[in-house]
Write a protein that binds this ligand. Sequence first.
Ligand code: PMP
Ligand code: GLU
Length: 400
Amino acid sequence: MHRLLSERARQAQPSPTLALTAQAQELRRQGVDVLSFTAGEPDFDTPDFAKTGALEAIHAGYTKYTPTPGILPLREAISEKFERENALRYAPDQIVVSCGAKHSLFGVFMAILNPGDEVIIPTPCWVSYPEQVKLMGATPVFVPADETTDFMPDHDALRRAITKRTKAIVLNTPCNPTGAVFGRRQLKEIASLALTHDLWIVADEIYEHLTYDGYTHESIGALSKEVLNRTITVNGVSKSFAMTGWRIGYLGAPPEVARAVSRLQDQMTSNACTIAQHAALAALQNADSQWYDSVRATFDRRRRLMVDGLNGINGIQCWTPRGAFYVYASVRPLLGRRYKGHALESSADVAEFLLRVVGVATVPGEGFCAPGYLRLSYATSEAIIQAGIERIADAVGKLE
Ligand code: PMP
Ligand code: GLU
């Protein structure tokens, strides 16, 4: 049977974030009392202003194919958004709309990578970057960081990771899973490496609106025209507008890259869902600072609750995230401790133990190329966060 599958398909790993979210949902369906902190999606509903855009599109008969890179009004709105919010100048023909930022990233890697190329990925990193790079026959090269540097990769370590084969560097700010936010100095360092060594910068800015404690998001492509010419900026409506299920992502890129992604998309998906494109257009046209502020304030309260609660548990150390909606908490002090005689040897063991013993679902650090941690999403209610923390404390109290 295996012989009939491609090397690529055999090599592909399932997404652990999606798998664990599904596992928690399935346990709940079976009646198991599970509190889930796995989901990488806002827990509130898509705003009415976006839904109205979709309903109007259906009634107006916008139900057919569109140009592969997306309807022109949406690409114009994205171009304006990039300029207004990010100081990025991408003309509408430099924009490609796709079926989610994940799809955009896939298209980018397909457009820029040859087998044997290398891509630098600072870790901890989101689960899909290394897998997508590997699917292109290219090699992810990891540059690790931890809380001692606020999860910022060391500049010299990044430089040392560059070889003749390096094609791109991935920059995810605000970062999933750590919540790190790259500052101007770090952006400049990365940009200068990209310019000196002729690399693409793949900037995933999907959590741009979620920053806290006075930290703000800056787009690396805004540093200069030269940097912009090397930068592919990926974004989408999933996180900013609670539209994960609508599957709309987009990118801005130098013209030849945008054309290449669009050509590849021609043969894969054609356009992203027409109705969802109209919903995304309405979302971008109607979003105001009040919307972003209220979402940010809600996440901020939950963030504090989560960080304080976890840090109150002996054996868990939680760095205070500055962006996104995850905490990346170290459980290294728990490793080696035992439950009913069985030692917890890895963060995967700790996640398994919490799910089995107290019904708390988390994503272990193994999936983010940085074991020893658990990622907990705080895109859930304060009541659930409170209850989850009590359960985790209870579970840790049972360890020998
Ligand atoms: N990038 C990051 C860092 C993410 O966390 C996600 C989560 N889904 C994505 C990209 C993909 O988002 P989507 O495909 O829903 O637009
Ligand atoms: N990005 C989200 C997460 O990290 C959604 C799941 C996924 O696409 O991996 O949980």
